[in-house]
Design a protein around this ligand. Structure first.
Ligand SMILES: *Cc1c(COP(=O)(O)O)cnc(C)c1O
Ligand SMILES: [Zn+2]
Length: 417
């Protein structure tokens, strides 16, 4: 049976069948899904689905199914991912130097991160291919998401995580949803290398973002941002970069929306890396080649030294006339204090977005009056350890818990002090 997409190698351009079980070209390059879109794809079609009770229409991924992956309904495994809130965040805007700022909160996905958008597409493809076992290497959120979606699909999930470096909000989900969880004595980059080998040799379906269908699902963030804005593209979309799949996905969504006439210009993409895990930043400001680093940052979701989507990302960020910035852990924590205190809240990696924005506005790269959408990638509850440690410290925005005697007068005094 023929399908309406192919897999294209991003290095040599070779074409592979759309349902062939492979994650790389023979040349070693990663693969992009290339669709032949039908003709009737209009803003009105997607907007009409907003009021629909159909589960696929209510998902912020499958609402755009013709643009994401036109699978048969029986193959689609969804738990209502996406449809996340876009916050107007005036206090955060002021801190960054912007006149206004909107934050798209991907931490409001079913398992608390944008990974669910990629996972619903990846696991549906697994079902389409008849796979029964799936695996991921993960800094945490991918494992939480894969574990949940595999359980819902009735598949066995294997998770390989770096030992002792995973936030409890994430590890607890992988365990709770029943994934067989292997904590290796190594870092994420070791886990990534091993899971690829194990999947190849054992016939297990790989659900890391090297899987091109993960990227297709994550395009839903981009389409949903456009729909949230009445299809008026923003000047900038700003997001953190680790393995670099997500910025690739959003940039791809924008290019496809432009090619279909859903929008009339491309937003610029700004990718923010942690200074301790910054291979894209180095390549961007150097000669454009990937030199892996030994990753070190408090933002564990972007603690990746050898990003698998490097080539895809670099190509598309360039095409968007984008930029790459880096931020220190101290800058991430300060940004997080502002995002959290605004009542919005997000995990550390997400707040690299806001820290990077502040730098880019200060440097004059992003104008104070430009329209900016910042993507918050994960939920505040993912990493409670970082939050509690920060607020118990002497940090400038620490909101320390106050010990008080258990009587009325002591509490009244503490209220005003
Ligand atoms: C996975 C993840 C990232 C990094 O996304 P990439 O696609 O790997 O660049 C950032 N923030 C959070 C919360 C994540 O889970
Ligand atoms: Zn190739």
């Amino acid at each position: 049976m023929t399908v309406s997409w192919i897999l294209r190698c991003v290095e040599c351009g070779a074409e592979h069948d759309g349902v062939e079980l492979r994650y790389r070209c023979d040349c070693g390059g990663t693969l992009d899904v290339e669709h032949t879109f039908p003709h009737h794809l209009t803003r009105e079609l997607f907007d009409a689905r907003l009021g629909s009770p159909d589960a696929l229409d209510r998902s912020g991924v499958w609402r755009f199914r013709e643009l994401v992956l036109p699978l048969d309904r029986e193959h689609i495994v969804t738990r209502g991912e996406g449809a996340t809130w876009m916050y107007d965040a005036p206090s955060v805007a002021r801190w960054t130097g912007l006149a206004s700022l909107r934050l798209k909160h991907e931490g409001e996905n079913p398992t608390g991160s944008f990974k669910d958008r990629g996972m619903t597409a990846g696991i549906s493809m697994a079902r389409r291919l008849g796979m029964t076992r799936v695996a991921v290497a993960s800094t945490g959120n991918t494992s939480a998401s894969a574990a949940s979606y595999a359980a819902i699909a009735g598949m066995r999930a294997f998770v390989i995580i770096p030992d002792g470096q995973i936030a409890y909000g994430k590890l607890s989900q992988a365990l709770a949803y029943g994934a067989r969880t292997l904590q290796i004595r190594g870092d994420f980059d070791d886990a990534m290398r091993l899971v690829q080998e194990i999947c190849d040799r054992e016939g297990i379906y790989l659900l890391n973002s090297i899987n091109p269908f993960r990227i297709e699902g994550q395009k839903g963030i981009g389409f949903e941002i456009l729909q949230d804005l009445g299809w008026e593209p923003p000047d900038w979309i700003v997001l953190p970069g680790g393995n670099l799949g997500n910025n690739t996905a959003i940039a791809k969504a924008m290019e496809e929306a432009l090619s279909l006439g859903l929008i009339d210009r491309l937003p610029r993409i700004a990718v923010i890396q942690a200074a301790g895990a910054n291979p894209l930043y180095k390549a961007w400001h150097g000669d454009g080649t990937l030199v892996p680093v030994k990753a070190d940052t408090i933002a564990t979701a972007i603690k990746i030294g050898n990003p698998v989507s490097f080539t895809k990302s670099l190509t598309r960020v360039r095409r968007s006339n984008g930029v790459v910035e880096q931020v220190t852990d101290a800058e991430i924590l300060e940004a997080k204090a502002h995002v959290d205190a605004a009542g919005i809240g997000a995990e550390p990696a997400s707040c690299a977005t806001v820290a990077g924005l502040r730098k880019l506005v200060a440097a004059g790269v992003i104008g104070a009056d430009e329209t900016v959408i910042g993507v918050l990638t994960g939920n505040v509850l993912k990493d409670p350890g970082v939050v509690v440690d920060y607020h118990r410290s002497d940090a400038p925005h620490a909101n320390r818990p106050i010990p008080v005697d258990a009587n009325y007068d002591a509490i009244k005094r503490a209220l005003v002090r």
